[in-house]
Design a protein around this ligand. Structure first.
Ligand SMILES: Cc1cc2nc3c(=O)[nH]c(=O)nc-3n(C[C@H](O)[C@H](O)[C@H](O)COP(=O)(O)OP(=O)(O)OC[C@H]3O[C@@H](n4cnc5c(N)ncnc54)[C@H](O)[C@@H]3O)c2cc1C
Length: 386
């Protein structure tokens, strides 16, 4: 046996699982086709929103609260700041499903929050313009994470605790059996007791689901320079999500010293194969986004200085799949985080560590049970040159 547990994909979830497993003294062998901290997958794009009053529903809140503790634990172990809690504004009519959930979770979990009228928003956060009938909910335990640094930090900490991570090693095939799992790259094989698949957008290339409910979705982000930088510093400008009938968008403060990142929530196209993501962004996108910036954030220059296309695995419900992989002995997986998984990653690393070691989880994972899926070994083998 080469290790107790192999982790296939040491990106967001895999790096956190490696850290949590290594901390328990489990021998871990992790594989990534790139190196932990790369920006080619779910973790690319400089910043990620963290929030606890959750528009996606109450089932996530225990994971989010545990994640916050674990982000702090990772920071304390490594001395590297990763999570900034500068607050989060959820804006829209109080009748939209997202706003209803934000308010319900804030109240039922007693989360520190404030409801702001349009006048209060204008006084405190003058860059935002609420329309009549809209409110804002300030989630005081929201903020942002540095994703590439966080993945790299968790992976490095896992290695310090004894995990072995193989970089630039693409796994082409897996062979689970009653006694363990064999993994193959183009030129080597490894034998382990259990396998955790955390391959993100590439999961479909390794585990093909019977249902058509896990897709790879393209997400475009754009960075805009403020006309008045002082209004967009982390101290002045909380992360925000704005739900409107015709438009649904979000933003981060100026974390890089020059520009503010804006995203539009939801899918920007389906990607047939994660290896073939089109990273170019047509100028027509920016013409459409310009109207949004001019109307809702007029204190930004409306032409972006940086644009990028990224991707994530997406499910029809927006809920991930987490658990033992049906029909594949000794194989577990977690995927389909549908554009909102990063903030919970350390808690999910803990969940993964419980799953593969057979420990009881502290969380209700029933909403995330994996749909019946089948295994294919038809991934074409190619020569991979690092
Ligand atoms: C643009 C964008 C913005 C987002 N914003 C937020 C946000 O603000 N807040 C939030 O909470 N979430 C956000 N998300 C979602 C979150 O970032 C993702 O859900 C999360 O990063 C997915 O993690 P993962 O581990 O499933 O995938 P990844 O982090 O992509 O990790 C998968 C890893 O597997 C490796 N791999 C795949 N196949 C193989 C193979 N065959 N062999 C070896 N290695 C392999 C890859 O190289 C990669 O490193 C956003 C996502 C995107 C794309």
């Amino acid at each position: 046996m080469d290790a107790d547990v192999a982790i296939l994909g040491t990106g967001t979830m895999g790096s956190m699982a490696a850290w949590r497993l290594a901390k328990r003294g489990v021998s871990v062998l992790g594989f990534d086709q790139f190196a932990p901290g790369h920006d080619q997958s779910g973790a690319g794009g400089e910043s990620r929103i963290f929030r606890t009053a959750y528009k996606e529903g109450a089932k996530y809140v225990p994971l989010l609260l545990r994640a916050r503790e674990l982000w702090r634990e990772l920071e304390a172990e490594t001395g590297i700041p990763l999570l900034t809690l500068n607050g989060g504004l959820m804006m829209g009519r109080d009748t939209t499903p997202g706003m209803v959930n934000v308010l319900a979770t804030a109240e039922s979990f007693n989360l520190d929050h404030e409801i702001l009228t349009p006048r209060q928003v204008a006084d405190r956060y003058p860059v935002h313009r609420l329309d009549p009938g809209e409110i804002a909910i300030l989630d005081k335990a929201a903020g942002f994470l540095k994703p590439e640094l966080a993945v790299l930090t968790a992976a490095a900490q896992a290695e310090r605790l004894g995990a072995r991570l193989m970089r630039y090693t693409k796994i082409r095939d897996i062979e689970p059996d009653a006694n363990g799992v064999t993994l193959h790259s183009d030129n080597a094989s490894w034998r382990v007791g259990k396998l955790l698949v955390t391959a993100g957008a590439w999961t479909r290339n390794l585990l093909v689901n019977s249902a058509d409910d896990h897709k790879v979705v393209r997400i475009v982000l754009a960075w805009y320079v403020p006309k008045r930088p002082e209004l967009f510093s982390p101290e002045a400008f909380p992360i925000f999500i704005r739900e409107k009938d015709e438009i649904d968008f979000c933003g981060w403060p100026m974390v890089n010293g020059t520009s503010v990142k804006i995203g539009r929530n939801g899918s920007h196209g389906i990607v047939a194969d994660a290896d073939l993501l089109d990273r170019s962004v047509d100028a027509s996108w920016m013409v459409r986004w310009r109207r949004m910036i001019e109307r809702y954030l007029p204190d930004l220059h409306p032409h972006p200085v940086r644009i990028g296309a990224y991707m994530d695995g997406w499910t029809a419900s927006g809920d991930p799949f987490i658990g033992p992989q049906p029909e594949l002995p000794n194989t577990f997986s977690m995927y389909g985080f549908s554009g909102h998984g990063f903030k919970m990653a350390p808690a999910l690393g803990e969940v993964a560590a419980d799953l593969v070691t057979g420990a009881k989880s502290n969380f209700d994972l029933s909403p995330f049970a994996i749909a019946k899926s089948r295994y294919t070994s038809s991934v074409p083998r190619q020569i991979f040159v690092p």
